[in-house]
Design a protein around this ligand. Structure first.
Ligand SMILES: Cc1ncc(COP(=O)(O)O)c(C=O)c1O
Length: 389
């Protein structure tokens, strides 16, 4: 008989095709009734770890759903997680729970600086970044990007040519959406040094931190580098991408500096509480689903390997290596299309237009789905491109 040290690992089935029609899925309902594979918005088509619906059912078993505090168990899990994964000692009261990361980007824009101030942000990035400064009466100051060894990164040399004002906000995204790059320690240290020298506040969106697809890579929260960058940072994380809980609205910021934290919390009547089910799901996910996520990342890495090979074999397309996320940032510029999103929809594949992220040369494909669907998408794309001219 196996000893207690031989932990039995449950194997999860990411190949399973789950019909999401009739669930009001934003991703699937966009193309309801049309033969278009939905590979746009960033949720996956994978069933979550069973502990998550169990936790929701258990909470739903109690018939009162009043105002809820953050479960102490969730706080303990997050403090331990930061320590174990990043050797980052956080205090429980640094945590600010929020219903979403996009809202947190908007809060950060209001919390730092004054009306009219420029906000630095990557020139190519997840679309809501570019909208946040304007809604807070700030203006966008794009950070030039560069592709180095196939990794789409902030151009650190160009950064030095900028002259930000002291106290300005810099929005950062690591791992990067849409490029999938994972910033290395030396790169983060360079950014942190810049922020310290220029007296900037860094709001670092690290929502994809648990979706690393390369075994040798590790995520490093920029705030964990040293005490100086920590005190000028807002780190944003959530279980939503990792554990596929986007519809449950639960996220958190880690804000070591008390004054900055207070300013992040100055809109309490605008930002709603995190809902009960989101808290139950997050607690279960962080407690029970890391092994599920390890298997998910291995599955995604295989999807990624297939897709990178396949897309690069199609004339006119280029796909650089993807270090993290389940998002493929495909250069379609060589095809010379008038309307790329329309072309791919006509091909039967619904992608996110690159223009939404700041680069019209690209389209973004979500490969967080069973392999069979990734293969079908590649087939459809190849056929449509071969039929051109
Ligand atoms: C970098 C990044 N930040 C934030 C979000 C969305 O976060 P939320 O749904 O919590 O607002 C996404 C979703 O794709 C994302 O990729």
């Amino acid at each position: 008989m196996a000893g207690t040290a031989d932990k039995v690992t449950e194997v999860f089935d990411f190949d399973r095709e789950i019909d999401r029609r009739g669930t009001d899925s934003a991703k699937w309902d966009r193309y309801a009734g049309r033969d278009i594979l939905p590979m746009w918005v960033a949720d996956t088509d994978f069933a979550v770890h069973p502990a998550i619906p169990d936790a929701i059912r258990q909470r739903a078993g109690h018939p009162v759903f009043g105002y809820t505090q953050i479960p102490p168990r969730l706080i303990d899990l997050l403090v331990a997680r930061m320590r174990e994964r990043y050797a980052w000692e956080i205090e429980p009261d640094w945590l600010v729970f929020l219903p979403g990361i996009v809202g947190a980007l908007h809060l950060a824009c209001r919390a730092v600086g004054r009306a009219g101030d420029p906000v630095l942000l990557p020139a190519v990035v997840y679309q809501p970044f570019a909208k946040a400064p304007g809604f807070a009466d700030r203006v966008n100051q794009p950070l030039p990007m560069t592709t180095r060894d196939g990794r789409l990164l902030i151009d650190f040399d160009a950064l030095e040519r900028l002259a930000p004002r002291p106290g300005q906000l810099l929005l950062f995204c690591n791992p990067h959406n849409p490029g999938g790059a994972v910033y290395r320690e030396a790169e983060l240290a360079r950014l942190a040094e810049f922020a310290e020298r220029r007296d900037l506040v860094v709001c670092s969106d690290e929502i994809h931190c648990d979706l690393l697809l390369e075994p040798g890579l590790r995520h490093i929260p920029i705030a964990s580098l040293d005490a100086d960058i920590a005190r000028r940072s807002i780190t944003l994380m959530a279980p939503s991408k990792t554990f596929n809980l986007a519809g449950l609205g639960c996220a958190f910021a880690i804000v070591p500096d008390a004054d900055l934290r207070r300013r992040m919390k100055t809109n309490p009547y605008i930002v709603p509480h995190v809902n009960i089910m989101g808290l139950a799901a997050a607690t279960a996910a962080y407690q029970f689903a890391d092994d599920w996520n390890r298997q998910q990342c291995a599955y995604l890495a295989a999807n990624r390997d297939y897709l990178v090979a396949e897309i690069n074999r199609i004339p006119g397309l280029r796909l650089d290596p993807i270090e993290a996320t389940y998002l493929a940032w495909i250069d379609v510029s060589a095809l010379g299309l008038d309307d790329p999103p329309r072309f791919f929809e006509d091909a039967g594949v619904g992608l996110s237009p690159g223009r939404e992220f700041g680069d019209t040369d690209f389209m973004r494909l979500n490969f967080g789905c069973p392999r069979s669907r990734v293969e079908e998408a590649a087939r459809r794309i190849r056929a449509a491109i071969e039929a051109l001219d």
